[in-house]
Design a protein around this ligand. Structure first.
Ligand code: ATP
Ligand code: MG
Length: 487
């Protein structure tokens, strides 16, 4: 119990006690202390009202009407810079199944604990001035912690009817703590899964993200499916349940998505990579052609990227996260045959993906490979492409890396500002992507001068054509290889 000795926690709780109020540690931090883990955050609860708390701590902020006051401290630990103190509360009535109609204060810690979701989250440590701490555990939380079970406080059906998000929280804690959900609690979830429709997307997103970041992320997502919750979170994933693949896979589409996710959790990868791993083949059921060992999934990455954009948008993920994940999914089929990948191909991949996303794309591909259950023993191929990418990473891949810019062009040729300049530079870029050796001012200028005789219309068509034919040539090579692998 060393951790409770944290000076700031001690100072804050003692100040409450000296002013004649009670002070308890409560919720997740008590659970974590009792498991011998460092708490992620510290929650203090008291019978003092928000007004009382503000009087005791002049340097505090009361931002909401849920009875929580933030006390500022001098701590260098970010978790202790603001310590949240909440007045004992009662469960309000949930007419709309999402938030209590009113916040009502309670008189005792026991009443406050009875509104909490699960027994392991409904314990408090009462701090005393003269005596040692006291564990307050009216619902057998300590026993459930020992048995490693998540069990609703009180009547589970009623608790899920009050706030349906608790069903997702049960799964999240299961995946985070490596616990099991107790039988009656689980049955109540199965029965009331549909109530999730009443919950805001933002709250669902937050619990979904925490589940993905858990050690047993894949177990968590599979549990959401088993309990009937997943179809209210990402129904698109359900399309892959039971969908077999082909001779290159032993798992169904859904199982493979989970196995890939499992690998990203094992490697402690970021939320974006975990989302991409879970969703990377979400387009497969829609693109499946044929059956048995020769079934194909051509274009599933494009369909999947589009579906992922809809899913992440619906769940209100930020634009940054969505764009990143969608890009990773769209590009996850990149070809890495040493015999076929040219430097030009590597440069074009780099341009499409962005150098800042390259490592994450490799991580995703690794997760895909390991998650297939029959990882082809060729990681040297990936290493080869990594080397290839590194080698070309200083080559020009965007117009601003050309040794000739718009200003040079105007100065040297007398061109006036016009779309013509942009088209000429675009054509030059495609040429340089194929052969960086020509990225020299003199050479580029010569080629530009040859193009000057052309009309704006013609240049526009040429620029479009250069990009298209380069991409098509690349796509053609890649498609041929992919066909070899039925993907
Ligand atoms: P973490 O370490 O991930 O923050 P936590 O247990 O602190 O875990 P929070 O979501 O921060 O989880 O919630 C803090 C506490 O508030 C919980 O332990 C629980 O007692 C209570 N709680 C939070 N959300 C609910 C809810 N929807 N219904 C009932 N009690 C809740
Ligand atoms: Mg918390």
């Amino acid at each position: 119990m060393q951790t409770i000795e944290k000076t700031e926690i001690k100072q804050v709780t003692e100040a409450l006690l000296k002013a004649g109020f009670e002070a308890c540690l409560v919720g997740g931090c008590v659970r974590d202390i009792l498991r011998g883990k460092e708490p992620k955050d510290w929650d203090i609860t008291t019978n003092a009202t928000p007004a009382d708390i503000q009087k005791i701590f002049p340097d505090s902020v009361y931002e909401n009407n849920f009875g929580t006051v933030g006390v500022k401290t001098e701590s260098s630990d970010p978790k202790l810079k603001i310590i949240e103190i909440t007045t004992y509360r009662l469960e309000g009535k949930y007419t709309d199944k999402r938030h209590p109609d009113e916040v009502r204060f309670a008189n005792t810690i026991e009443e406050d604990l009875s509104r909490r979701d699960f027994t392991v989250n409904a314990m408090a440590l009462r701090i005393n001035l003269e005596k040692p701490f006291e564990l307050i555990d009216p619902f057998g939380g300590i026993q459930d912690l020992g048995r490693k079970i998540i069990k609703a406080v009180g009547n589970p059906e009623q608790r899920f009817e009050e706030d349906a998000l608790r069903m997702m929280r049960a799964v999240r804690f299961m995946a985070q703590l490596g616990f099991e959900i107790e039988g009656e609690t689980e049955n109540a979830i199965k029965k009331h899964a549909g109530l999730l429709e009443f919950i805001s997307r933002e709250r669902i997103r937050d619990e979904f993200s925490k589940t993905l970041m858990a050690d047993d992320a894949a177990g968590g997502i599979d549990k959401l499916r088993e309990l009937g919750l997943l179809k209210y979170v990402v129904p698109e994933l359900m399309e892959g349940v039971g969908v077999s693949q082909n001779q290159h896979h032993v798992f169904t589409v859904f199982e493979h998505n989970l196995k890939s996710l499992e690998y990203t959790a094992k490697k402690n990868f970021s939320l974006e990579i975990r989302l991409a791993a879970l969703l990377h083949d979400v387009g497969k059921p829609k693109s499946k052609r044929g059956n048995g060992p020769d079934a194909t999934f051509y274009g599933h990455q494009v369909i999947g990227a589009r579906m992922a954009a809809q899913i992440l948008d619906r769940l209100k993920f930020s634009k940054e996260i969505t764009e990143k994940v969608v890009g990773l999914i769209r590009e996850h089929m990149f070809v890495y045959d040493p015999e076929t990948v040219t430097d030009a191909g590597a440069r074009r991949l780099l341009r499409r993906v962005g150098s800042e996303n390259m490592d994450d794309l490799f991580s995703l591909r690794e997760a895909d490979r390991i998650g297939s259950g029959v990882p082809k023993a060729q990681p040297y191929r990936l290493r080869h492409l990594k080397f290839r990418i590194e080698k070309v990473s200083n080559d020009p891949i965007s117009a601003k890396m050309l040794q000739l810019d718009g200003n040079d062009l105007m100065k040297e040729t007398g061109l006036v500002p016009s779309p013509k300049i942009g088209y000429i530079l675009a054509i030059l870029l495609e040429e340089v992507l194929d052969d960086p050796a020509i990225n020299k001012k003199e050479i580029l200028l010569d080629r530009a001068k040859q193009m000057l005789v052309l009309k704006e219309e013609q240049l526009r068509e040429m620029a479009k054509f250069a990009k298209k034919s380069a991409n098509e040539a690349q796509t053609k090579i890649e498609e041929d290889i992919k066909k070899k692998y039925f993907v």
